[in-house]
Write a protein of this length. Structure first.
Lengths: 482, 487
């Protein structure tokens, strides 16, 4: 039987406000445990929450960027459960009246097709602290630095039909929140965490199958793996005559294995009710309008601009515009070298490969956009060849050895464009290849081009790659004329 | 000196009749020698009090005295006090010393008040007799075999027994007014949002409100003046300007329209209570007020709605007492669940557990609509009743408590009987209105209060009526000889 996968996502995005959603404590990542938790975050008796206005603005920005309804009145609820890293014994969140939604987002797939994914809603809530189960000799450590960090939780309809679509959507969300500047998007640090709801059904069926929820995936790779594993598990289970149980599952990215965390029967009754310590959030339409007017450029708009302004293809433009840091890097490179196509090629090929190889994010890239732009400028003005740039200069730049021009000088990588030197070089090589020269001259005009490579390669090699290929080609053609 | 009201103390300090240190030591001595009888204090803080009093005297000598400079008072042990144990009447917080003070406490300290100590209370403010305290029951100064009311029973008893000139209290369903009634003092629950809740251990967040417990309306005005005001740390705190409460105390009350809810007077009101209340109303009528019968048709639903909403909020508010970060933790927990279970089983008393259970139940899946949502609808109806009534009258009057103080143990076996103690006070909390109890009569040697309910933020008028009434009568000055005993 043919099976169809049905996926819905819940994505938690940490908002990069300076302070927490209900207290004045800082939200910086990586501080010493419990140094960024005040009396309110510790839920000391008598303390009360005060809503961070910036978090509300950020949520509205997100809503506007995803073509969603902005609810001018929203309400915070208490979600009750006990856990040591949840100091109050309840999470302050929004259930019945969230600030954003519904909405709709268009995603683009690799094959060039696109589709709409509906947002059910997005709501504001506070993050919990962290429980640290290692290093405490059978006990657990609690770090409350993260407790109270503002989150938006984005909840979709079950509109995605493959891991590709799910990942395209998650990437789109990542691109939007980073473009808006409302999240740092640092997934490895937990700034964006994805819960994937998965079910399968016979191809053509209208009914939804029983779903499972795989929680807390913090990379696109883990998403892809977890979805593959779970879809496979469900199909195999059903084909073996079993039934899928509604449950929450955990995927371990290190082992590639998933396990059941709790069944539907074990699920908490969260006993939501409106939080009496917070007033309903009432926002003026005028404020929404003001935020809309000052919204930064969104990935879709930027992609279109990259096509019209820089003449990029749709795919490259989408790739570059999809990540704010990448798009900024690209534009800074173009600003330096004034060649959009070369910049795009370098960033999507050389740079992306190097980042991948070293497993680092663009934010931490040792080669600045300015340096890359300078390097491309030296290719354009003929100072170095593209090949030398790739093989010699770029790795040296990466290692921080020196600046572009310094490297060219120090390493003697300047392209040889001196015509007498080149003529000499060509003569030397042709002298060793008398037979091939004869053959070339005997070949009819139209087919000669093919044979030219047989001379070009050895000549370039003899020059240590530094000969100006355009000049060599011209000299070569002239000398080969009978 | 202990005969003096706050107003009298302020005058005496100003004239130099005595110093803050003298009157502070005087009260500390009274507490030390007499409180064994009442058990009205959980903690007494003599060292801090004397130090604060000396500092106040110094300020006064420099001519830089704030309005209540050097006036000793006590705080209900529900208010966080920096560096001073804040137990909330519970074993759970027996070891809890907060690193911050409640805004109400801070405001009073800013106004110059000296803290004598922390008063006894029902555990987490859940009770109407002060019998649920981890620190033992409190004796009513008029008859120590009887309860002082609750939950601010310690504050009421301490003021009535002249162990302090005034104290703070909190009122979620009547916890300031009912003990004020039973101990023969003046107690004011302000409009919800008038006084910041920051630093007040939460019972039911949408109902809790702090207020003064004093020996006169005039004193209540002085204390409320200092306590009230906007606090950016409490989102539910109002930024409506605080009027000068003392300025309007003497205004004549002729032409004042006083609404008498038929529901309060007709449905099984104790005859003794009715006699006392009607007597006080006749007095107000003689002063020029007009009595108008009104209807509060949903009154009979208030206790039921309250005992859904308050426990629901409490069940969440008390989740933080889990043994993880502060407060009581059980010995040798086997695992996390064991720690939670035993910490809360051992740390909370029966009444608190009962309300957590009720609150958890009414919020549970499948019951929420039938209980919690329904109760919220009733709450709106009750509020609308009051709004309609205030179209016709300026204030509403009635009994504060169904009867005078009852004997210890008389109602502790039957929670519902105990809950009915608040039948006349609960509706104002549900509506968020201000309410005040003033001594209005004595029945068989026990005091009883008249309750005045005002429109939103109309505390001035309540204080005005209370003051005029106290100018014309001496119920608020009545006491028993034990309370006046010299030490």
């Amino acid at each position: 039987m043919q099976w169809e996968t049905v996926i819905g996502l819940e994505i938690h995005v940490q908002l990069c406000t300076g302070s927490k959603i209900f207290s004045g404590a800082a939200t910086r990542f990586g501080a010493e445990p419990n140094t960024q938790a005040c009396a309110i975050d510790l839920a000391m008796p008598g303390t009360l929450p005060v809503l961070n206005e910036q978090a509300v603005r950020y949520a509205i920005m997100f809503g506007l960027a995803t073509n969603s309804t902005i609810n001018l009145r929203s309400v915070f609820d208490r979600k009750n459960y006990f856990y040591p890293d949840l100091p109050k014994g309840y999470q302050t969140t929004q259930l019945e009246q969230p600030i954003v939604g519904p909405g709709v987002v268009e995603i683009e797939l690799e094959d060039g097709s696109s589709k709409n994914v509906r947002l059910h809603h997005a709501h504001l809530e506070e993050d919990a602290g962290k429980s640290l189960h290692e290093d405490y000799h059978g006990m657990s450590g609690i770090d409350l630095n993260r407790a109270g960090t503002p989150l938006i939780e984005i909840v979709t309809e079950p509109d995605m039909r493959s891991s590709k679509e799910a990942i395209a959507f998650a990437r789109k969300m990542h691109a939007i929140v980073t473009s808006l500047g409302i999240s740092d998007g640092a997934m490895a640090q937990g700034s964006m965490r994805v819960d994937v709801n998965i079910s399968v059904r016979p191809q053509g069926s209208d009914e939804l199958g029983t779903r499972t929820e795989t929680k807390n995936l913090n990379s696109f790779k883990f998403m892809e793996d977890a979805i593959r594993v779970e879809v496979h598990r469900q199909i195999e289970l059903i084909e073996d005559g079993g039934v899928v149980a509604q449950e929450t599952r955990l995927y371990n990215g290190d082992t590639g294995e998933a396990r059941s965390m709790r069944s539907k029967e074990e699920a908490n009754d969260y006993r939501y009710f409106p939080c009496p310590d917070l007033l309903p959030v009432v926002v003026d339409q005028a404020i929404v309008d003001e935020i809309a007017a000052s919204l930064p450029e969104l990935p879709d708009t930027r992609q279109k601009r990259f096509i019209t302004e820089y003449g990029l293809g749709r795919y490259d433009a989408g790739l570059l515009a999809g990540e704010k840091t990448m798009a900024d890097y690209f534009e800074a490179t173009v600003a330096q070298c004034d060649d959009a196509k070369l910049s795009a090629n370098w960033i999507t090929a050389e740079l992306a490969a190097a980042l991948n190889r070293h497993d680092i994010e663009l934010e931490d890239c040792p080669v600045s956009a300015r340096q890359l732009g300078q390097l491309i400028t030296r290719i354009i003005d003929g100072t170095v060849s593209g090949k030398i740039a790739k093989q010699e200069i770029f790795p040296a730049l990466w290692d921080g050895e020196a600046g572009v021009d310094q490297l060219i000088t120090d390493k003697g990588l300047r392209q040889v464009s001196d015509s007498s030197a080149l003529e000499q070089l060509v003569d030397q090589v042709l002298a060793d290849k008398a037979e091939q020269v004869e053959q070339y001259r005997a070949t009819e005009e139209k087919k000669r081009k093919k044979l030219l490579g047989g001379f070009m390669g050895p000549i370039m090699k003899a020059s240590g790659g530094q000969a100006n290929p355009a000049m060599v080609s011209e000299i070569l053609k002239r000398k080969l004329e009978p | 000196m202990h005969k003096l009201t706050i107003a009298g103390i302020v005058e005496g300090l100003g004239r130099g009749d005595f110093s803050s240190e003298e009157i502070t030591r005087h009260y500390l001595r009274r507490i030390e020698q007499l409180d064994a009888r009442y058990n009205s204090f959980i903690s007494v803080t003599p060292d801090q009090a004397v130090a604060r009093a000396r500092a106040a005297d110094k300020r006064r000598s420099k001519g830089d005295a704030p309005p209540l400079c050097g006036v000793p008072i006590a705080h209900k042990d529900i208010f966080c006090t920096e560096g001073i144990r804040t137990s909330c009447g519970s074993k759970m917080l027996d070891n809890f010393v907060p690193p911050y003070s409640a805004t109400a406490v801070d405001n009073l300290a800013q106004a110059g008040c000296v803290t004598l100590g922390k008063t006894n209370m029902d555990e987490f403010a859940m009770g109407s007799s002060n019998e649920t305290s981890f620190y033992g029951e409190v004796g009513n100064p008029w008859d120590t075999g009887r309860v002082p009311g609750g939950s601010s029973g310690g504050s009421a008893a301490a003021v009535a027994a002249h162990l302090c000139p005034a104290a703070t209290g909190t009122d979620t369903g009547g916890s300031i007014r009912q003990p004020a009634s039973l101990c023969g003092i003046t107690g004011l629950k302000p409009t919800y949002g008038r006084v910041s809740r920051y630093g007040m251990v939460a019972f039911a967040s949408s109902l809790d409100q702090a207020g003064p417990m004093t020996r006169s309306a005039e004193d209540a005005a002085l204390l409320l003046q200092a306590m009230a005001g906007f606090d950016p740390r409490d989102s539910t705190c109002s930024d409506i300007e605080v009027p000068d409460y003392s300025a309007g105390l003497d205004k004549p009350i002729d032409g004042l329209r006083i609404g008498l809810p038929r529901e309060y007077f007709e449905q099984g009101l104790d005859t003794g209570t009715e006699t006392a209340v009607r007597g006080a109303l006749a007095e107000l009528e003689a002063m020029g007020a007009r009595l108008v019968d009104i209807d509060l048709p949903h009154s009979h639903l208030s206790v039921a709605a309250y005992y859904v909403i308050a426990p629901a909020e409490a069940s969440a508010n008390l989740s933080r007492f889990d043994g993880v970060r502060y407060g009581y933790r059980c010995k040798n927990p086997r695992d996390l669940n064991d720690m939670y279970t035993r910490t809360r089983t051992e740390g909370f008393g029966d009444e608190v557990k009962r309300r957590i259970l009720v609150g958890t139940y009414v919020l549970s899946a499948g019951y929420y609509d039938a209980y919690y949502r329904q109760a919220q609808k009733i709450r709106r109806l009750i509020k609308n009743d009051f709004l309609a009534a205030f179209e016709q009258v300026d204030v509403i009057a009635g009994p504060t408590s169904p009867t005078t103080a009852f004997e210890m143990g008389a109602k502790s076996a039957d929670p519902v009987q105990m809950y009915l103690e608040d039948i006349y006070t609960i509706a104002t909390n549900l509506a968020g209105l201000p309410g005040m109890s003033i001594p209005a009569g004595i029945i068989d040697g026990l005091p009883l209060g008249l309750q005045l309910i005002g429109n939103y933020f109309d505390e001035s008028r309540l204080l005005n009526i209370g003051h005029r009434f106290q100018q014309a009568t001496d119920w608020h000055q009545q006491t028993v000889s034990q309370c006046m005993q010299e030490v």
